[in-house]
Design a binder for this molecule. Structure first.
Ligand code: NCD
Length: 306
């Protein structure tokens, strides 16, 4: 065990921590807009260790570190590391922490970020561990909701898609319960959020939480419609994944049932769960959401060193 400040799971944060990170992210956003960024990371190195594909997470962490005056090293493919020669994950972590001041890790195995954090004397940030957690995505989701709606508490937020395998949904459902939002979980049959996880949230926060397979009900009720793709790579049978994907699609026609000021968020990448015509709708805010990855990750990089 070590005494660095890590960000591994949203469970590690209190409501106060979340509120403070959102505030710091707003401060970062202001610094970016004013073109007056405090270079707090000058002389520091961030290592990206990505054992799974990524566009937004890796790019926005790199951009965030560079905006703070720091530099970035890392890899995006295991094939480019000595792990192909048989080196263990933990040995790789122990080497990278000698070269860098903070490690950002994405890995297909649940628990791998925690495992790395226990072995590292430098802070570790979880950039997604299997189907488990994606806390930095959740913090940028919360920041986006706060920016666009002014508050999180009491909003009706519908989480729609693959709630079984999407780590983004696990972290977000937990955080929304903590922030006192009203949550509706909508998924295809068989991809519901795990019972144990829903029970954990219920016991900790007594949230107003409903589960349904009715996409129309979820859309009609929502102030925020948060969609994610079917996590095909976590299915044994890709055909099953594709079949489910076709059943769950957000079209302009379906959106006619939604509230006037409803907004659609998505962690991206989107595949076919959102009709491309929806991108032009005023309601679609997912590209803006992806941008907010920069100020939020700047705030998080500062936060682990506090
Ligand atoms: C997500 C992920 O990797 O979990 N992507 C992201 O970081 N924005 C969502 C996904 O892959 O569906």
């Amino acid at each position: 065990m070590n005494s660095t400040r890590d960000l591994i799971s949203i469970r590690d944060l209190s409501k106060k921590d979340v509120e403070s990170i959102i505030e710091k992210s707003e401060e970062m956003n202001k610094q970016i807009e004013a073109k007056k960024i405090k270079e707090t990371m000058k002389g520091k190195i961030l290592a990206n260790m990505f054992f799974e594909p990524s566009t937004r997470t890796i790019m926005s962490f790199s951009a965030a570190m560079q905006k703070l005056g720091g530099s970035v090293i890392g890899f995006e493919e295991i094939e480019k590391t000595s792990m192909v020669k048989g080196e263990s994950f933990i040995d790789t972590v122990k080497i990278m922490e000698k070269y860098a001041d903070v490690l950002v890790i994405r890995h297909p195995k649940e628990g791998s970020a925690r495992y790395a954090a226990n072995a590292s004397t430098k802070p570790v940030i979880n950039a997604g561990d299997g189907a488990n957690q994606h806390p930095t995505q959740t913090l940028l989701d919360l920041f986006t909701i706060k920016k666009l709606k002014g508050n999180i508490q009491d909003l009706n937020i519908t989480l729609l898609g693959d709630l079984k395998y999407a780590r983004t949904m696990h972290s977000l459902a937990y955080a929304l319960a903590m922030m006192d939002a009203n949550i509706t979980l909508v998924s295809p049959f068989g991809l519901e959020m795990e019972k144990n996880f829903v029970n954990e949230i219920k016991e900790k926060f007594t949230p107003r939480i409903i589960q349904t397979n009715d996409i129309h009900a979820g859309v009609r009720k929502a102030d925020i419609l948060y969609v994610c793709r079917i996590q095909k790579e976590r299915f044994l049978d890709a055909y099953e994944a594709e079949k489910l994907q076709k059943e769950f699609m957000i079209s302009p026609e379906l959106l006619e049932e939604s509230k006037e000021d409803m907004i659609i968020l998505h962690p991206l990448p989107k595949v076919s769960e959102i009709d491309p015509r929806v991108d032009d709708s005023e309601k679609a805010k997912y590209f803006m959401q992806a941008y907010y990855g920069i100020p939020v990750r700047m705030a998080l990089i500062n936060w682990v060193f506090e």
